[in-house]
Design a binder for this molecule. Structure first.
Ligand SMILES: Cc1cc2nc3c(=O)[nH]c(=O)nc-3n(C[C@H](O)[C@H](O)[C@H](O)COP(=O)(O)O)c2cc1C
Length: 394
């Protein structure tokens, strides 16, 4: 299947679930499951999406809403929509343009893109592709020397913020990746790859693009001093050897004068600690259910964090966002904006940059319609009075 705007154009992809279905057909199972899957029993993955059903709207009817404003400010940046594109490691596996395509789509839509440390594209190329702000998500893979070099390059390239992810002391176990031979496909011998080859061959369009792209390049922004770019061999081992602690955050603060977002906060204590350590924002997140399974769904964790932070810094959240109504609910509960992960990555896997554009457009139109139906003229005016939440959440 060729990658084209037509393959995701309305009415084929009416909602994010449609993009997911197209992606599932277009890319090999190993790639789709890497994107779609979660840790262990996938309890948190499922709950992240389902929990939005627990929150219901309280619309103001018979209100004439003229122009709706979807604008918001995050870290001082004026964004056209209240969602940013979250870091998605190895987006290049879904489509060769990967991180560059996603950054360009975000910038064209007037929002920010967050580049994962786990990227085959150089951070300079990703920054150059976008007309909007680009943030760099930092893991300490490869040690402090590699991280310091990446921070320095990000500063010189014009990145606007660092996003430090704190929920990955080791990589979560995503069982689908094991069953699909993800590790063998990336770094195994030909013999080890063999059982998984038929499924790859069954997706010739994806395979041709992958081969034209030169296969799996190393991590372009994790440069081990004296060695060069870290190969994409065993990400799990690299992550386990580089867990980010509060002490590391202090060290990062000394190197980076710009804003820092701490991503992966779920409880009040960690939220207060992030404030004390000088974070400019928090993302309430469980990594899309890919790390520790059976933690709170992100939306459910939001009220506790909002209360603990008491307006001292900005609060973002991510996890399970698939519709504009999800975004509105998170903002009503105190988020400044949300980060979308799979929502745009399904678009990327379905149709490259055209697919990311389509995902953004679906969410934008959803948001506009939801505000009008709620009788609320702007994102800035949303508050708790527009939703009912279960009593146990208060
Ligand atoms: C395939 C994939 C790779 C991801 N890689 C990273 C990463 O490298 N760094 C990070 O902080 N978060 C990463 N995340 C988590 C997302 O940034 C985000 O927290 C999560 O996807 C939100 O949940 P959602 O996908 O339901 O929107 C990844 C998510 C996915 C789906």
């Amino acid at each position: 299947m060729t990658i084209s705007a037509r393959s995701v154009a309305s009415p084929r992809a009416v909602c994010i679930a449609d993009l997911r279905s197209i992606a599932k057909r277009r890319v090999p199972k190993a790639v789709f499951d890497y994107l779609d899957g979660g840790a262990e029993g996938e309890v948190t993955l499922r709950e992240n999406c389902r929990v939005y059903d627990d929150v219901t709207f309280r619309p103001r009817c018979a209100v004439a809403v003229g122009e709706c404003s979807l604008r918001t400010r995050v870290l001082g940046f004026d964004l056209a929509v209240p969602f940013l594109l979250s870091p998605v490691g190895y987006s290049r596996l879904m489509e060769p343009g990967g991180e560059v395509s996603a950054a360009r789509a975000a910038g064209n839509a007037g929002t920010a893109y967050i580049l994962s440390t786990i990227s085959g594209h150089k951070l300079e190329d990703v920054k150059a592709a976008s007309r909007g702000p680009v943030f760099y998500q930092l893991y300490l893979m490869g040690g402090r020397g590699a991280a310091e070099a990446a921070i320095d390059r990000a500063r010189r390239a014009g990145f606007s913020a660092l996003v430090v992810t704190i929920d990955t002391p080791v990589s979560g176990i995503r069982e689908r990746d094991f069953r699909n031979g993800m590790k063998e496909l990336i770094s195994g011998s030909v013999f080890e790859k063999l059982p998984y080859i038929p499924d790859i061959l069954a997706h010739p369009g994806w395979l041709a693009a992958y081969l034209r792209d030169g296969g799996t390049p190393p991590l372009a922004n994790v440069i081990i001093p004296g060695e060069g770019p870290m190969p994409l061999v065993d990400i799990n081992a690299a992550l386990a050897a580089s867990a980010t602690t509060w002490a590391d955050l202090k060290w990062i603060r000394e190197l980076w004068a710009g804003p820092i977002v701490v991503k992966g906060v779920l409880i009040a204590d960690d939220a207060r600690r992030a404030v004390d350590e000088g974070a400019a924002a928090i993302s309430v997140s469980n990594h899309g259910g890919r790390q520790l399974d059976c933690v709170s769904p992100a939306l459910r964790a939001l009220p506790e964090v909002v209360k603990a932070v008491g307006g001292q810094i900005e609060i973002l959240m991510d996890g399970g966002v698939r519709r504009g109504t999800d975004i509105v609910k998170a903002i009503c509960l105190g988020a400044r904006a949300v980060l979308c992960g799979r929502a745009y990555a399904y678009g990327l896997a379905a149709a490259g940059e055209a697919g990311v554009n389509r995902a953004i457009e679906i969410l934008r139109v959803d948001l506009d319609r939801t505000l009008r139906l709620l009788g609320c003229p702007s994102i800035a005016e949303l508050d708790r009075s527009y939703v009912d939440v279960p009593k146990s959440w208060d």
